[in-house]
Write a protein of this length. Sequence first.
Length: 189
Amino acid sequence: MNPNVLSRHGRAALLFLIALITGLAASFAAVAADRAALERDARQAYRKLTATVPAAKSLARDAVAVIVFPKITKAGLVVGGQYGEGVLFRGDAVVGHYNTAGASFGMQAGAQQYGYAMFFMNEKSLAALTESDGFEVGVGPSVVMVDQGMGKSLTTMSAKDDIYAFVFGQKGLMAGIGVQGNKITRLSD
């Protein structure tokens, strides 16, 4: 075999390998930057929620963990969907990154964005999220949606359920009635 042919193929393979490694490094850097921005946004949304909603502040003291989705986008016209990414905090530490996705069907039209936080009040409810292939809201531990009225009167003394959820920062308009499923899944770190 001609040594120049091997040399040319060797150089091409080396260049390809360098390009591949450079591309992968850039991808990992982009993911790290996206994760840093997600963590910053989640922390900011969590601080604002606990500063403005007394029940959230009260629950934060006793929750074993809190997952915060700073921005979920939902849109639909008869068939709809929603998606957002969030961060699981245990105290002040980030312990995981998650997404929430759902589909809906029914009389609906519009688009909106909102934030969502879930306060896990015991280890059993947290295990339903962290030890499963995906946490389906409405299946498993009880999830209580906290509305404005309940948000003013709920305290840790009256909090007896597994998980409390808050929706905040709604923008846009989504009208209608629909059947929907929502699943929370851990993102690979």
